[in-house]
Ligand binder design. Structure first.
Ligand code: NAD
Length: 475
């Protein structure tokens, strides 16, 4: 059992996810056999391997779980963290199945984890460990473009994905699709533009879509636009940083607090998110940041008044212990599993709305899907058609000017005659996926009298899709 808040409350992360899924299965009156099949992880592998660190063999242990391969490849991140175990990896793999189904990405669900504190190792040591872990997963059939495609998660990023894909390439030099074995790679090594920011960007798009539905905002006790809304973010890593940065700079939200490992910084007028990130990079924490007031007890800052709370660090941070004191009216689950099953019930009773992890942080897997397609196509998005669309735009401008005798203003000309590049297309595809998914979630909640929250609506969509596959094709 993992040493997390979940375990302290007598329920593991996997059990917490299972309880939520159970509830959805019950609401949907799903066949018991299909329900049971949905709750188990189809397979899980544990690997332990030695790597020589400072002249001594150190043993590392990791897991990769496949929750479902009803669609292939199975997809999900690899996390490097000091506290990770099989239970957590299985729970996260299950979440990936539901997440892919919710945002209509045709992948199964998988997840991996390695017990390691990456901050304790030199770059060359981390490279050796990462490459060896990849080799173990490849040899056991848990890493390939056709079957199981990892991505970054907590403690890993493009660099680790680059090492892993290179390991795969060395082992399978004849696999022309080797680039598709991992997503979240550096752009120079087969990555897609926009993947690094995708999960945080997806959180922003999810919130933007919610704010297009005034009747849904009313449920959250909110109104108007995102501008001026007070936002608290926990965790300024990949997901938390981009979510906070985009909400601050593009939607004029006030990021009133940022919680990190060593405490929190608070500023009612809004923090400069990039400046906080630079400070954390320089000093290792938020303490001493000049643009805000430092609070040692970061957990207490989760309970401060705000409009939107974005937990973007780790699971089990909102529990039965603090759920009563959460003052946010809307929680956007950027992290996986930040709200425990018990806390979820309390928050629901209190009328706090939650955009669930399985939807809210799905931006990463949506853009991973685009990256995988790009890798199999062996061509950058927009490469074939960009200039064609630019020429077509010029022709339309000429036709308008000929017909009207009026010159098209320069700012419009630039927009009309611009062909989309990879960044534009990835963002547009991500935006579309996040919008459509939330619209379906809202519709299911509205149309099913047994469903009272976004999480159940999202699970109902996912479970129905996976169940349909099991009914039509078999397990
Ligand atoms: P990350 O390692 O880049 O960032 C995590 C951040 O949280 C770090 O800044 C770390 O210092 C901070 N943190 C750690 N412990 C903390 C604590 N106790 N209190 C406050 N801050 C703390 O990880 P990430 O990739 O941003 O992932 C964060 C969460 O989002 C995880 O739950 C992950 O599973 C989920 N997620 C990530 C992705 C992705 O694309 N990276 C996709 C979907 C979901």
């Amino acid at each position: 059992m993992s040493d997390t808040k979940y375990a302290q409350q007598g329920m593991t992360f996997r059990q917490s996810v299972e309880h939520m899924v159970d509830h959805a299965i019950e609401i949907m009156e799903l066949d018991e056999g299909i329900g049971n099949a949905m709750k188990v992880c189809q397979s899980v592998v544990q690997v332990s391997f030695p790597v020589e660190i400072n002249g001594k063999a150190e043993i590392f242990t990791g897991w990769r779980a496949t929750h479902s391969d009803h669609r292939l490849p199975s997809k999900g991140g690899i996390r490097f963290a000091p506290i990770v175990d099989q239970d957590e990896v299985e729970a996260l793999a299950a979440l990936m199945t539901y997440k892919c189904a919710i945002v209509d990405v045709p992948f199964g669900g998988s997840k991996g984890g390695l017990v390691i504190d990456p901050r304790q190792y030199e770059r060359y040591q981390l490279e050796a460990i990462t490459r060896r872990f990849a080799r173990e997963l490849i040899l056991k059939g848990y890493l390939s473009p056709a079957q199981n495609v990892p991505a970054p998660d907590m403690g890993t990023g493009p660099r680790e994905m680059g090492w892993m894909v290179d390991t795969y390439r060395q082992m399978f030099p004849n696999d022309i699709n080797y680039m598709g074995a991992l997503t979240g790679k550096p752009v120079e090594h087969g990555g897609v533009r926009g993947r690094n920011e995708a999960t945080g960007r997806g959180v922003q798009y999810a919130l933007r879509e919610l704010f297009r539905h005034p009747e849904e905002l009313e449920r959250c006790g909110l109104s108007g636009s995102l501008a001026g809304k007070r936002v608290i973010v926990q965790g300024l890593g990949n997901v938390g940083y981009y979510a906070a940065h985009f909400l601050e700079t593009e939607d004029d939200c006030l990021i009133t607090a940022i919680i990190e490992r060593d405490g929190a910084v608070v500023n009612a007028d809004g923090l400069d998110v990039s400046a906080v990130r630079d400070h954390v990079a320089e000093t290792g924490g938020v303490k001493g940041f000049a643009g805000g007031e430092y609070r040692e007890d970061g957990t207490a800052v989760l309970e401060m008044a705000c409009d939107i709370l974005i937990p973007a660090a780790l699971e089990g941070v909102i529990t039965a212990d603090n759920a009563e004191r959460i003052q946010a009216s809307l929680i956007a689950e950027a992290a996986n599993g930040p709200v425990t099953f018990a806390a979820d019930k309390i928050l629901q009773e209190r009328g706090v709305e939650i955009l669930p992890d399985a939807y809210c942080n799905a931006g990463g897997v949506v853009v991973s899907y685009f990256e995988w397609i790009r890798n199999l196509n062996h061509v950058r998005f927009g490469r074939l058609e960009r200039r064609f669309h630019e020429a077509r735009g010029e022709q339309i401008i000429a036709a308008i000017e000929d017909a009207s005798g009026v010159e098209v203003p320069e700012h419009l000309r630039q927009k009309l005659a611009r062909g989309a590049d990879e960044f534009d297309l990835v963002r547009s595809g991500l935006d579309d996926s996040m919008r459509l998914a939330l619209q379906s979630i809202i519709a299911v909640r509205r149309d099913n009298p047994k469903i009272h929250d976004y999480r159940m609506a999202a699970y109902a969509i996912a479970i129905e899709k996976v169940a349909r596959h099991y009914r039509d094709i078999g397990f």
